[in-house]
Design a protein around this ligand. Structure first.
Ligand code: LLP
Length: 431
């Protein structure tokens, strides 16, 4: 459920008409709903309330500091995967004691920053990483709660680019090797090897792969305890899928009940790292039609949003609903059209063969379910500045990321001395 709907024929984010935001910030832009973020966080937290649990929102799905702060106010911790995300979480007011640091390639510098900030836990994905963490932590005189991410070799049955729990994936340590890793590493200084972590993929629309993976994890915790390790916490990752089109995803309650039945008896603190389920349906990408072009075989709706703003359709064959901001008549005829951006690539589309009511240049379209893995994955390809982000709360709106300017983009660049003769042109724009 989300808080984007038509009111009197105009698409609204909560009580704010989208057309008003477009007039203020221009297009394309991202728009997020506080009520939707709040609802999704609460539903998830409620679903796992019978466990001793911390919900650590996966910042990678939407790292705007206003989004993080909205969730932090509700009590969320965060899962971060880089020094950049760590900084964002801290700036947004997340207590360090609720920050978990995951990721397959943390550098010693990133670890040191996280340890100095006093974060709760680090999830480690290889033996060499354990060795580096031990060195960094002991040189800082810190002992950090550490979990090893295991790879259970379970097929998450999701898109191949977002499957992470098969043994051919780069993530975690395979179960068959992990026991020895714990035994070899238990005495490493600076590390309290007290947890086990897992994350098998994203946008899972079935419970079975989770059930299988979590059961293997629970069994592994018992094995580790038999080996003498004091395992006190498990981190179950994220991955719960959402509805983009017609897929049926399990509800947070069904997920929570399943988890509780598997790990409830382990006497462990449980961390969850949900991303998409919190932010996915809480965002739109709003774009304006530039041209409608009739080809021999297809019709194209050329819009000012593009693959640099939302790469999911072309990268994962993802479906995102698209609705006109001004509601079409109930009996409006639908015709198939490709909604494409201005970028010079055939892969630059937001939807192919989509049945839409008649569209014309100047119309606004809202691309739905663009709260997760949209703005965060955007780029400046074709020198298109990053789109602004707007957060709505009831009848209020705030620009929470300004539109980048072309000059800001160019100002990071400079001409080397040997191209001095053209540097006048560069200095004219302030480079
Ligand atoms: N924890 C870890 C260790 C992760 O790698 C991820 C996502 C999450 C939690 C959050 O997963 P979620 O609850 O959001 O499914 N760009 C792709 C998704 C990549 C997910 C990467 N890891 C997409 O647009 O579908």
């Amino acid at each position: 459920m989300d808080h984007f709907e038509y009111r009197d024929g105009e698409f609204h984010a909560e009580e704010v008409p989208i057309v008003r935001i477009a007039a203020e910030v221009g297009t394309p832009f991202f728009c997020y709903s506080t009520a939707t973020l709040t609802r999704h966080y609460r539903v998830f937290a409620d679903a796992v309330k019978d466990l001793n649990a911390t919900v650590c929102y996966a910042v990678k799905s939407n790292s705007n500091i206003a989004v993080i702060a909205t969730l932090a106010e509700l009590g969320a911790g965060t899962d971060v995967v880089s020094a950049g995300e760590l900084k964002r979480a801290i700036v947004a007011g997340v207590p360090a004691a609720k920050i978990v640091f995951s990721g397959v390639g943390k550098t010693a510098e990133e670890m040191a920053e996280a340890l100095r900030a006093g974060i709760r836990q680090i999830n480690v994905e290889s033996e060499p990483e354990l060795a580096v963490l031990s060195e960094v932590a002991s040189s800082l005189g810190i002992e950090i709660a550490t979990a090893v991410r295991i790879n259970p070799d379970v097929d998450a049955r999701t898109h191949k680019k977002i499957t992470t729990g098969k043994s051919e994936n780069k993530f975690g340590i395979e179960l068959s090797l992990a026991r020895q890793v714990y035994n070899r590493s238990a005495d490493l200084p600076g590390i309290k090897l007290s947890g086990v972590a897992i994350h098998i993929g994203s946008q899972l629309t079935e419970l079975d792969p989770f059930r299988e993976a979590y059961s293997r994890l629970a069994e592994f915790v018992l094995t580790l305890r038999e080996d003498g390790h004091a395992i006190e916490h498990v981190d179950l990752g994220g991955g719960l899928g959402i509805t983009y089109g017609d897929e049926q995803a399990p509800t947070p309650k069904q997920y929570g009940d399943m988890v509780t039945s598997i790990v409830g008896g382990l006497d462990c603190h449980v961390t969850f790292e949900p991303g998409r389920i919190i932010t996915g349906n809480a965002g739109l990408l709003v774009t304006r039609v530039i041209y409608v072009k009739d080809g021999v075989e297809r019709r194209f709706c050329i819009v000012d949003g593009a693959m640099n703003d939302l790469i999911r359709p072309t990268l994962y064959d993802a479906h995102h609903e698209i609705v006109p901001v001004r509601e079409a008549a109930a009996n409006a005829e639908l015709a198939e059209i490709d909604v494409v951006g201005p970028i010079c690539e055939s892969g630059d589309y937001l939807a192919l063969g989509r049945a839409l009511p008649a569209v014309a240049a100047g119309d606004l379209l809202a691309v739905r379910t663009a709260g997760a893995y949209a703005a965060v994955m955007s780029s400046t390809y074709n020198s298109r500045p990053l789109a602004p982000e707007v957060l709505v709360n009831g009848d209020q709106m705030a620009v929470v990321r300004k539109r980048m300017s072309v000059d800001q983009m160019i100002n990071l660049e400079s001409l080397p001395a040997w191209l001095g003769s053209v540097s006048g042109a560069a200095s004219e724009i302030g480079a």
